[in-house]
Design a protein around this ligand. Structure first.
Ligand SMILES: C[S@@+](CC[C@H](N)C(=O)[O-])C[C@H]1O[C@@H](n2cnc3c(N)ncnc32)[C@H](O)[C@@H]1O
Length: 274
């Protein structure tokens, strides 16, 4: 007797890393995967992130024939004011938002014929601070799925490349974290620190401890209006705080990533003082 699940066809799902909105960021494998997809499901976060939905649409238009695919936007629920929440409240908020997104995607997928290949377009690379893989796994608990992930260029790589730097100092570590965690986590032993998801330049809280760190900051990386700034932390912070606020007001949103690092260690260079 064949078990019911053996007969059940798994729906093919592709999670495709698209880089940061520039069609030039897509790898050959990502383009190949795009061409296999019948329906793209894209979460629409409303007016504020419309440029990011537009960037995803532009990626499809750059590589696919009109009429060869469908682009379906699914409206998202508002996650609320993350920055004002404590860690427990923040986690609860993320969980509720995520469950609602899973339910909306499940409903959309159930409407599609089972042989249709569904694509999710992950911003940057889906391995870095991205909920898509986890969300698709949760969808897979409801609908059997065959999940493939195609990597993309992350904000981390793009920022390093724009500045022509290798992230780690010789044989030293790289630490990737969030703005929320940075002030209590930072120490020179972390090596180069990459900060994402920072709603308000948390690096300003390191000024008293480490004014001589180098900051390499990039906003809207990959977009035609990308902005990069680089210098000594103590000199840059006063420029970056109003600049970031002005950009947020102009665009309605800002996404920035920054790198903090001390000097290269050599036999005669003293370790960074704190
Ligand atoms: C939800 S995470 C997604 C990261 C993404 N998966 C990646 O690989 O870059 C969003 C954070 O990524 C960074 N980010 C994404 N796009 C960016 C961009 N175009 N310029 C600068 N930082 C960006 C910001 O730190 C932002 O807060």
């Amino acid at each position: 007797m064949k078990a019911a699940h053996q007969k059940m066809v798994k729906r093919q799902i592709k999670i495709i890393g698209i880089g940061l909105g520039s069609p030039g960021h897509l790898t050959g494998h990502a383009i190949e995967a795009l061409r296999q997809v019948d329906v793209f499901l894209v979460a629409d976060k409303g007016d504020i992130k419309k440029e990011m939905v537009a960037a995803r649409k532009a990626v499809c238009e750059a590589f696919l024939k009109p009429g060869s695919y469908r682009f379906v936007t699914i409206s998202d629920t508002d996650r609320g004011p993350d920055a004002k929440r404590g860690t427990t409240e923040y986690r609860k908020g993320v969980q509720a938002w995520r469950q609602s997104r899973v339910n909306r995607f499940v409903n959309a997928i159930k409407e599609l014929p089972p042989n249709m290949i569904v694509g999710f377009l992950a911003w940057g690379d889906p391995a870095f601070y991205d909920s898509l893989i986890g969300i698709v796994e949760e969808i897979g608990e409801i609908i059997p799925l065959d999940i493939r992930v195609i990597p993309g260029i992350s904000a981390i790589q793009a920022l390093a490349a724009e500045n022509a730097i290798c992230l780690n100092r010789v044989a030293a570590p790289i630490h990737i974290t969030t703005g929320r965690r940075l002030p209590r986590e930072w120490s020179p032993e972390l090596g180069t620190v990459v900060v994402m998801l920072d709603k308000g330049l948390a690096c300003a809280q390191l000024l008293a401890r480490a004014p001589d760190l180098e900051i390499i900051w990039g906003a809207y990386i990959g977009f035609p209006w990308q902005i990069i700034r680089r210098g000594r932390l103590a000199d840059m912070v006063q420029e970056l705080i109003p600049l970031r606020e002005r950009l947020r007001q102009e665009h309605g949103w800002v996404m920035d990533t920054y790198i903090l690092r001390g000097p290269e260690m050599t036999d005669d260079a003293p370790p960074l003082e704190i």
